[in-house]
Design a protein around this ligand. Structure first.
Ligand SMILES: NC(=O)c1ccc[n+]([C@@H]2O[C@H](COP(=O)([O-])OP(=O)(O)OC[C@H]3O[C@@H](n4cnc5c(N)ncnc54)[C@H](O)[C@@H]3O)[C@@H](O)[C@H]2O)c1
Ligand SMILES: [Zn+2]
Length: 384
């Protein structure tokens, strides 16, 4: 049997420094010899934040990496999206204080995007900021959320509405941790990669398409290139625009509608990537309408729409849960990116190229959303 390729070491630059991202099978072992990772842990008090479920599955895998620390404490938080709330954040702050946390302590975020977002925000705010090591354990966290420095929590009425940019000191994305991930979680992360590739990397998109056609897109052999390719795309964008003033906004493709769906369904009915898949399908419909109405003629100039639709519908998405259209529309108006005049939408021009379209009228969005959700309702997926 062929031995797996060695883990790769990518470097992400940001305004005040840079950090390595070790990606691939065996990244945890490689990290033990990485000077930046070692420095981050050497003689420090480490607070390892994870859920009971993830500690049980993979807790021991971390122990060898944490060898150089002076002490380590496990801090258990709620599993999944439930971790991202103010109560869990306050519990973490208090546990770190009670556990002797100092300015030179280090937080190790060991889990999916939910734990990464919560623990990252806790690290960025505890004592005005301590170091952070991200050890992502889901495909979504490896391809997307562990890189780029966005952290935060949800409020009941709006997802990701409180947070901060907190850059990690290092990211260790060992793809062998993904072997225990249920298929639905793999699919959720896969959508974020597809989202990025659609607007940023036509070659990667085509490779994903080929794998999907061969039925192998989510097999373990694909993880190293899928994750490394995604981190490269994301790193390039966040380096160019660390605070999301311009091109980084492209990463929000599909997310306006997705966040509204997640909020309207109480964060429980859909996984993030599943909501993003619906958000991408909605964005394609909006783009087609704006193009056909002559408002933004440059949209959807090639065959990206049918190709992206085929990839997403091939994922066997769960049906939309019961929801009230009005709740989705209201949640879009509370979106962080909403301005008085309307929302700025990320829409595709062609494979590998997206644009920000400003000033799309609310009435148009409302009408389309009603149709989009209504059609799925008629198909038996949602009661409106
Ligand atoms: N900060 C960012 O830039 C960014 C980007 C994208 C998404 N996000 C956020 O990420 C969150 C979603 O993250 P997620 O999709 O990783 O889900 P998640 O963190 O909620 O985890 C999902 C489930 O996977 C389980 N799990 C984790 N690792 C496992 C493993 N190795 N084996 C088996 N089970 C495992 C967890 O126990 C949990 O039940 C959302 O809140 C989203 O807003 C943030
Ligand atoms: Zn996302």
């Amino acid at each position: 049997m062929e031995s797996p390729p060695k883990p790769r070491r990518l470097v992400v630059e940001h305004a005040t420094g840079s950090y390595p991202v070790l990606v691939g099978e065996g990244a945890l072992a490689a990290a033990q010899d990485d000077s930046v990772v070692r420095q981050l842990l050497q003689d420090r008090a480490a607070f390892v934040v994870s859920s009971r479920e993830i500690f049980a599955l993979h807790g021991e895998r971390l122990d060898s990496l944490l060898g150089p620390t002076a002490s380590r404490q496990r801090l258990e938080v709620a599993d999944g999206e439930a971790a991202k709330c103010s109560a869990e954040l306050v519990r973490l702050w208090e546990a770190m204080l009670a556990g002797g946390g100092k300015r030179d302590s280090v937080v190790v975020a060991f889990g999916g995007g939910s734990i990464g977002d919560l623990a990252g925000f806790a690290a960025g705010t505890f004592l005005r900021g301590v170091d952070l090591l991200q050890v992502p354990t889901t495909l979504l966290a490896q391809v997307d959320s562990s890189v780029g420095g966005k952290t935060g929590i949800d409020l009941p009425a709006a997802k990701n509405s409180v947070g901060a940019f907190v850059q990690p000191g290092a990211v260790v994305a060992d793809t062998s941790l993904l072997e225990t991930l249920p298929p639905a979680e793999l699919r959720s992360g896969f959508v974020e990669t597809v989202k990025m590739a659609a607007l940023l990397d036509g070659e990667l998109f085509a490779r994903i398409e080929r794998e999907a056609e061969a039925g192998g897109a989510l097999l373990a052999e694909t993880f190293p290139w899928l994750v490394a390719g995604s981190v490269e795309m994301k790193a390039a964008v966040v380096q160019a625009d660390p605070f999301e003033r311009g091109p980084r906004k492209l990463l929000n493709f599909g997310h306006t509608f997705a966040h509204a769906l997640e909020t309207a369904t109480g964060y429980e009915a859909l996984r993030h990537g599943e909501a993003v898949a619906y958000g991408l399908l909605f964005a394609l419909e909006l783009a087609a309408e704006l193009r056909d109405a002559g408002e933004t003629p440059s949209l959807l100039a090639d065959d990206l729409a049918p190709r992206l639709t085929a990839l997403l519908t091939g994922l066997d998405l769960p049906p939309l849960p019961e929801l009230a259209v009005g709740d989705v529309l209201a949640a879009m108006r509370r979106d962080k990116k909403a301005r008085q005049a309307g929302l700025t939408w990320v829409l595709p021009e062609r494979l590998g190229r997206g644009v920000l379209v400003e000033g799309v009228a609310w009435e148009r969005v409302d009408r389309l959303a009603e149709r989009f959700l209504g059609l799925r309702g008629l198909a038996g997926n949602a009661r409106i």
